[in-house]
Design a protein around this ligand. Structure first.
Ligand SMILES: NC(=O)c1ccc[n+]([C@@H]2O[C@H](COP(=O)([O-])OP(=O)(O)OC[C@H]3O[C@@H](n4cnc5c(N)ncnc54)[C@H](OP(=O)(O)O)[C@@H]3O)[C@@H](O)[C@H]2O)c1
Length: 282
């Protein structure tokens, strides 16, 4: 049985059905099964990594997909330790390319520490290090719906955004076939696009022009606090990560194509799939 953490998130909601399609028995973790809309073929279990009894959650698991949202190395170390005790044979951790590039922001440092805990826990391990997700562009929804405009910090670099379905497919391969033990895979899309190019591709997909507006970092921070009510600390954390990742975000790795035997999904494909979400609000 494969135990999936983060089963309802951006990666997990693609990973669970892909594993089931590959014939695996899946246990999917969520804090709220009633709201979660987990594929009914999976065994949905209620649990909170902060408070739940990890040995009970892990009982009977052979493999674990380790994804945490809170960027807590301690939490992942606790999962890795409990997994080793429970007889899990393979841990697959979702990390970030930032670790490959030695970034020093708090989110990347927590992933680096968690990777180490996974490697030292005992079971075989595989580390997946994706770059920035295409899904991050859902952050543009509000201003596109309201005013057909996208506001981008003037420091945002060209980025080789990766489709979460490619991450999920690689995770499925790693969790259901052998030969990936001890491997670390950096995962990106196939080309680096500037934010202006991304906006043009999205405009084409949704069928109406979009205004592209660059703004200063402080204006962009104010917008996140004002529009989404983000705590200032979370906004600072995001921009610390952005500053550290900016010099590397254009780098393209060939891992997705090497592992899946096809080119990575493109931002144009992502934009077409998600175009309907960007409808204009009158
Ligand atoms: N976005 C990017 O560009 C990017 C790039 C590289 C790496 N990453 C990494 O990707 C990870 C996030 O993945 P994602 O975007 O797929 O996740 P996500 O969409 O943010 O979803 C978070 C998941 O974590 C679960 N979760 C949150 N708190 C929990 C808790 N206390 N106990 C149990 N489950 C909990 C949620 O489940 P419920 O709400 O159902 O309980 C949900 O399934 C982070 O580690 C991030 O650093 C992101």
């Amino acid at each position: 049985m494969i135990f999936v953490l983060g089963a309802t998130g951006k990666v997990g909601r693609h990973l669970v059905p892909a594993l089931l399609d590959a014939g695996a028995h899946v246990r999917a973790l969520t804090r709220d099964p009633a709201k979660a809309r987990i594929d009914p073929r999976a065994e949905a279990v209620r649990g909170d990594l902060g408070t739940s009894d990890l040995p009970a959650l892990l009982a009977g698991a052979d493999r674990v997909f380790v994804l945490t949202q809170g960027h807590s190395a301690d939490r992942e170390a606790a999962v890795a330790h409990a997994a080793a005790q429970a007889g899990v044979t393979h841990l697959v951790k979702l990390s970030t390319t930032g670790v490959h590039f030695g970034q020093q922001d708090p989110i990347t440092l927590a992933h680096a520490e968690a990777e180490q805990a996974i490697r030292e826990a005992g079971p075989a391990w595989t580390i997946l290090r994706p770059g920035a997700f295409m899904d991050n562009r859902f952050a543009w929804l509000g201003s596109i719906q309201a005013e057909n405009a996208v506001y981008v910090p003037d420091t945002d670099p060209p980025s080789a955004l990766v489709h979460v379905r490619d991450i999920a497919e690689v995770a499925t391969l790693v969790l259901t076939t052998s030969g990936h033990e001890g491997a670390t895979y950096e995962l990106t899309g196939g080309e680096a696009l500037t934010a202006e190019q991304q906006v043009a591709i999205l405009a084409e997909a949704i069928g109406r022009p979009l205004k592209y507006v660059e703004e200063t970092e402080s204006a962009a921070k104010d917008r996140l606090v004002r529009t989404y009510g983000w705590p200032a600390k979370a906004v600072d954390g995001l921009f610390a990560l952005k500053r550290e990742s900016a010099p590397h975000e254009h780098v393209v790795f060939d891992t997705v194509e090497r592992l899946l035997g096809r080119p990575p999904l493109t931002f144009a494909a992502w934009a077409r799939e998600n175009a309907s979400a960007y409808h204009h609000l009158e």
